[in-house]
Ligand binder design. Structure first.
Ligand SMILES: NC(=O)c1ccc[n+]([C@@H]2O[C@H](COP(=O)([O-])OP(=O)(O)OC[C@H]3O[C@@H](n4cnc5c(N)ncnc54)[C@H](O)[C@@H]3O)[C@@H](O)[C@H]2O)c1
Ligand SMILES: [Zn+2]
Length: 365
């Protein structure tokens, strides 16, 4: 079986990441200490598809398993769900010798991580991510979170899992939209810090689109190693290093929000990357060929590269003005300087030389 693994070193914890095929069937083999009991938190879709396989494998290894199934989707990421999960753990007398497993996409990972980090001041917590986005991004790095009154991830902690087990086989059932959402993040790692990954994305495009395990394992591993490197240097976003992962996300978030979330995260980030890279070209910091390479890779994966005609620049500007990364009218954003390299720069939003103005000018041409 094709399995690879590596170690993540952060200030607060060192842990292993395993990536391979059909890992769900022998989960306990990847754990340092076999827990007596596990609590699996998952959602309805993942439960229907894979919960039986996971619980069977745990049972065969002599681990008692209790599951809790949440509704699918972002609307589950609330404090109400957190309270329900606390009660579920309390009723079952969960203790520090037990383990909590987040079994699902980023929604399940974020909420389970939050509960694991706060219940009895922290329980053992395993990530088994099942969407491409969770496998290449959210399961690693320790950010947990829930939404508050529509504000995304306003409540959260930094809490690293004990291990991350990535079974790429489960991606076969993922919807096309969720698959390309994850791919946008993979392309982002390539663009900001890994030109070899971009090469793989170009050369193995057909295998990746067909979700062939060998190529998927390759891109998941490279993505996670890139993220792990950044998180290792700046676990809690204290040194302005982890912020480079926000490339494409300033404009991306504005597009998502302006479309009332009709444009999904990955699509919005794809357009965001194009616009933020175009800004670098306008500032003479990036050559036009590099810009065109980014556009062509995104297009080859059927990701959008321009905003819908009816989207208003003024509305995007208003949203960007309220971005949490702005201090006194100055936006700190990662700027692409070559393929595989970004630098953090401060942009004054009122200077007339900012990313929205650059988008607007291009749209008028
Ligand atoms: N913590 C972090 O660092 C971080 C980073 C990025 C995003 N996030 C968060 O991640 C969340 C988005 O995550 P997501 O895109 O994984 O969404 P998600 O968890 O809602 O999953 C998307 C859909 O895919 C389904 N699904 C999951 N695995 C499947 C499989 N193997 N086969 C078929 N269907 C499957 C789910 O049931 C769900 O309906 C957001 O809340 C975002 O804030 C967190
Ligand atoms: Zn993202």
């Amino acid at each position: 079986m094709n399995t690879t693994h590596f170690e993540i070193k952060t200030k607060s914890k060192i842990y292993q990441v395993y990536i391979g095929e059909s890992l769900l069937t022998n989960i306990v083999d990847f754990l340092d200490d076999k827990p007596k009991r596990v609590f699996v938190i998952t959602d309805e879709t993942v439960a229907k598809l894979y919960l039986e396989t996971l619980t069977q494998s745990l049972k065969e290894s002599g681990v008692e398993t209790i599951s809790e199934i949440l509704a699918d989707g972002e609307s589950t990421k609330t404090l109400d769900t957190v309270f329900n999960l606390y009660n579920f753990l309390l009723e079952n007398e969960a203790s520090r010798s037990d383990m909590i497993i987040a079994f699902g996409g980023g929604v399940i990972g974020d909420i389970t991580g939050f509960v694991a980090s706060t219940f009895k001041r922290g329980l053992n917590f395993l990530q088994i991510p099942t969407t491409l986005l969770a496998q290449v991004d959210s399961a690693v790095g320790g950010k947990t979170g829930v939404n508050l009154n529509g504000g995304k991830n306003l409540i959260g902690t930094f809490y690293q899992p004990s291990a991350v087990i990535v079974d790429v086989t489960v991606l076969k059932t993922l919807s096309e939209t969720d698959f390309i959402t994850g791919l946008a993040e993979v392309i982002k790692y390539g663009v900001i810090m890994d030109s070899e990954l971009l090469q793989i994305l170009i050369e193995e495009r057909n295998e990746i689109v067909n979700r062939e395990s060998e190529s998927i394992i390759k891109i998941v591993e490279r993505s996670l190693k890139n993220k792990a490197h950044i998180v290792g240097l700046d676990e809690r976003e204290e040194y302005g290093i982890r912020e480079i992962l926000n490339f494409g996300h300033t404009i991306g978030h504005a597009i998502e929000s302006s479309s009332s979330y009709d444009i999904v995260h990955g699509q919005a980030v794809a357009i965001g990357m194009v616009e933020e890279a175009r800004f670098s070209v306008d500032m003479d910091l990036l050559d036009i060929q590099s810009f065109e390479t980014i556009v062509s890779i995104l297009e080859s994966y059927h990701l959008p590269t321009s905003i819908p005609d009816d989207m208003k620049f003024q509305q995007l500007r208003e949203i960007v003005k309220h971005d949490k990364k702005i201090r006194e009218g100055v936006l700190r954003i990662p700027i692409l300087v070559e393929l595989g390299k970004v630098e953090m720069k401060s942009i004054e939003l009122s200077s007339g030389q900012d990313v929205i103005t650059s988008m607007e000018r291009n749209a008028r041409c």
